[in-house]
Design a protein around this ligand. Structure first.
Ligand code: ADP
Ligand code: TRP
Length: 320
């Protein structure tokens, strides 16, 4: 089974990104032939600053490798190192009804947020379809917001196969429904747009300050507290064992545990979990040749599969 997923490089990663997207993506490498790429062509729809794009692309590569992508198991690459996807995107474009793209929520949402309505932004799902079909992926794990794009991919692959003969595998989306929304320090969904994140590579004083700023209710130290409605506990749950969760929940309910203390316990868990990753990240950042080598090898693998698909597609449409 081939599994492919892409991530847009989009700034500093936070605990919500980690549990909602990175951890599940990393676990995939145990389930089949995994491909994971940094969608830098897609990022160009919103980032039009060369230095920023370059920096964010490198950051994502370091973040994912530090958090556990194993390059022996996952072909990890930059989208722009597999330019074959553009030729494929064109072949899909000519079959893609305008209406199909006009119905896409993501385009409507982004333009409503003020992002310029460019042709690239509009055609975004066609390029995404090309990413998926180029490696003939069977499964595409995505967040709920991307499900519609995988449906567009299925539509386009079916249209192509009907018009020209069987070239593409029809992919299945795999939606991470089970991942709960991770709350931010203010209790809303953790999101870089709300300035309420805890960054996974923050450390020391800034990290402590952030954790201590988590919003709680006004119950006094000696009052019994409700773990289930507490943001500190919600984050603690993500990082602690069942036994540790039960223990802290009991201390909440018994009273005598202050929120300040609970926050320090959370901080300790964050350091325990992400500390080794921070060290690994620093090591990787000091060895960019290694990181480049990983991305180059990943691209070589993806590119050779994409090349094969493209040759078939070129022959099917009459370009050769
Ligand atoms: P942000 O909201 O910070 O801009 P993105 O929209 O770039 O984050 O999300 C990138 C990925 O991280 C998506 O797959 C999304 O589902 C996941 N994600 C982001 N925030 C959370 C959260 N608070 N809880 C769970 N998953 C999240
Ligand atoms: N659009 C995806 C996102 O914003 C990223 C992406 C690009 C992708 N191409 C893909 C995801 C192909 C899965 C498969 O999250």
């Amino acid at each position: 089974m081939r599994i492919l997923s892409g991530i847009q490089p989009s700034g500093k990663l936070h605990i919500g990104n980690y549990f909602g997207m990175m951890k599940p993506a990393i676990e995939l490498q145990e389930q089949g032939e995994a491909y994971l790429f940094i969608a830098n062509y897609h990022a160009m729809t919103t980032v039009q600053d060369a230095a920023a794009l370059r920096e964010m692309t490198t950051d994502v590569a370091l973040d994912f490798l530090a958090c556990g992508i194993d390059p022996e198991k996952t072909a990890f690459y930059r989208q722009s190192d597999v330019p074959e996807v553009h030729e494929l995107a064109w072949m899909l474009s000519v079959l893609c009804p305008m209406g199909l793209l006009e119905r896409c929520h993501s385009y409507k949402d982004k333009t409503a947020r003020g992002i310029a309505a460019s042709h690239g932004l509009f055609a975004y799902p066609v390029l995404m379809a090309a990413d998926i079909l180029a490696v003939n992926s069977n499964v595409v794990p995505v967040g709920r917001d991307q499900k519609q794009h995988v449906e567009v991919t299925r539509d386009l692959a079916t249209k192509f196969n009907n018009a020209y003969g069987e070239v593409f595998t029809i992919p299945e989306p795999s939606i991470r429904e089970s991942v709960a929304v991770v709350p931010g320090v203010d209790g809303q969904k953790m999101s870089k747009s709300y300035d309420n994140t805890i960054e996974i590579f923050a450390q020391g004083k800034p990290l402590k300050k952030r954790v201590m700023s988590i919003k709680t209710d006004s119950r006094e130290l000696e009052d019994p507290k409700d773990p289930e409605s507490c943001n500190v506990f919600a984050l603690y749950k993500l990082l602690a064992t069942e036994a540790e969760q039960t223990d802290l929940a009991e201390r909440y309910r018994a009273g005598g545990l202050g929120y300040g203390h609970a926050k320090l316990e959370l901080l300790e868990k964050i350091n325990e979990h992400f500390g080794p990753m921070r060290e690994r990240r620093a090591g990787l950042a000091a060895d960019m040749d290694y990181v480049e080598d990983v991305l180059r090898k990943g691209a070589e693998k993806a590119r050779s599969v994409a090349r094969e698909t493209l040759d078939k597609a070129r022959a099917a449409v009459g370009l050769v």
